[in-house]
Design a protein around this ligand. Structure first.
Ligand SMILES: Cc1cc2nc3c(=O)[nH]c(=O)nc-3n(C[C@H](O)[C@H](O)[C@H](O)COP(=O)(O)OP(=O)(O)OC[C@H]3O[C@@H](n4cnc5c(N)ncnc54)[C@H](O)[C@@H]3O)c2cc1C
Length: 364
């Protein structure tokens, strides 16, 4: 009989296991993959952007996260990571492991799981929970669902709690490249710009982001697009488009004056982008208009296989916002991305996975 059985050895499950084992609880992790923390290794382009200093206001889809993220804030999380032998550092507000290697985070977590004698069983997929709680032949007083989402790595197991009356909201890919109509993409594959990108859905302004855009054959990627994809995933829409202001530092008249002064647009952008701009009209007015309003039509979310996170998950109303215990079944908990919680690019999703894991670990 274990005090706590954790389904899913992602960062949330591992942090919960450590927190709980430090309180003297016996803990078992069942992980479907052949090793724990596979997704963690892929995060932040292998560097693992694990948190952010900018505060949490407006960064998540729901205020359900507030109590837990206030209690297990950045300082608390930093101390936790120091306590398992991991130093972190800040780069422009983003927190990374000092080594800038996601593998350092995973190594530190695994070492501490070992030190605390947490039992980890890999290649052990859970497809049902029997009353008791009995899971794959193991008995436990409490069960944590920390199975993440199906973004990038496939199948999610949020359905495991449906027998207790828990429901999943509609699941959509987010923090994902966007597909767009081919016009205005010609020859631009791999070209990067810093732009102010605005998103419109069904002719309504949805939001904007000023950051990097990377052109692809069939659409666009980059931090600006990732953040806007999250906004698009959160609204119902039939037709969406993006507009790029390619020179956000200057207004329309200033752009015109600059081009006149420079004698052309040739040296302002990558030559393929210049070709696309001139294709729309090569007089001064048209050039300035295209630069300030480079439109990409029929914007859609890319596939779940390319997504960093999944919008949607287990309805948070059914969980206590401090302990994450189910309101429908005593002894059941959920943490991390399996819940209907999504955060912006910049470390907010791991920050939630860690904080929620700590919350369960301290309350179970
Ligand atoms: C490419 C990529 C880059 C990312 N970069 C960042 C970043 O830089 N910063 C950031 O904040 N977020 C990033 N994210 C998002 C972040 O990785 C997730 O939000 C976070 O890992 C969620 O943690 P979790 O523990 O809830 O779930 P996961 O890390 O997904 O772990 C869940 C675990 O449960 C296991 N599992 C699932 N079902 C079962 C089952 N039935 N039985 C047993 N085990 C099961 C899975 O195999 C998995 O190991 C990125 C995601 C991706 C895909």
């Amino acid at each position: 009989m274990y005090d706590l059985l954790i389904i899913g050895g992602g960062i949330s499950g591992m942090v919960c296991a450590i927190t709980s084992a430090r309180r003297g609880k016996s803990v078992l992790i069942l992980e479907r993959a052949e090793k724990v923390g596979k997704k963690l290794l892929a995060t932040g382009n292998g560097k693992c952007n694990m948190a952010n200093t900018a505060g949490i206001d407006g960064k998540y889809n729901t205020t359900f996260v507030n109590d837990i993220l206030e209690k297990y804030n950045l300082d608390v999380q930093r101390k936790f990571f120091h306590s398992i032998g991991l130093l972190t550092k800040e780069v422009e507000g983003r927190i990374y492991p000092y080594s800038e290697q996601a593998s350092s985070v995973l190594n530190a977590l695994r070492k501490e799981l070992d030190n605390l004698n947490v039992r980890v069983v890999v290649s052990e997929s859970v497809s049902r929970i029997d009353s008791g709680f009995m899971v794959n032949g193991y008995k436990a007083k409490s069960v944590l669902l920390a199975t993440g989402s199906k973004a990038t790595f496939g199948e999610s197991s949020g359905y495991l709690y449906e027998r207790y009356g828990h429901q999943n909201t509609n699941l959509r890919p987010a923090l994902v490249p966007m597909l767009t109509a081919p016009n205005n993409l010609k020859g631009l594959r791999g070209v990067r710009v810093k732009a102010l990108v605005k998103l419109f859905a069904d002719n309504k302004y949805i939001g904007e982001c000023r950051d990097e855009v990377i052109f692809k054959d069939n659409g666009v990627s980059g931090t600006a697009i990732f953040n806007l994809s999250l906004m698009l995933a959160r609204v119902p829409y039939k037709f969406a488009y993006l507009t790029l202001d390619l020179m956000p530092e200057y207004n329309y008249d200033e752009v015109k004056a600059l081009i006149k002064k420079l004698g052309g647009v040739e040296n302002l952008f990558h030559k393929e982008l210049v070709n696309n701009i001139l294709r729309k009209g090569d007089d001064l007015d048209s050039i300035a208009k295209t630069i300030k309003n480079y439109q990409l039509d029929n914007a859609r979310l890319g596939s779940m296989e390319l997504a960093q996170i999944c919008c949607g998950g287990l309805l948070t109303d059914d969980f206590d916002s401090n302990t994450l215990e189910s309101k429908l079944q005593k002894g059941l908990y959920a943490s991390g991305e399996v819940l209907d919680v999504d955060g912006e690019c910049g470390g907010y999703n791991i920050m939630w996975a860690v904080a929620s894991g700590m919350a369960v670990g301290e309350n179970v």
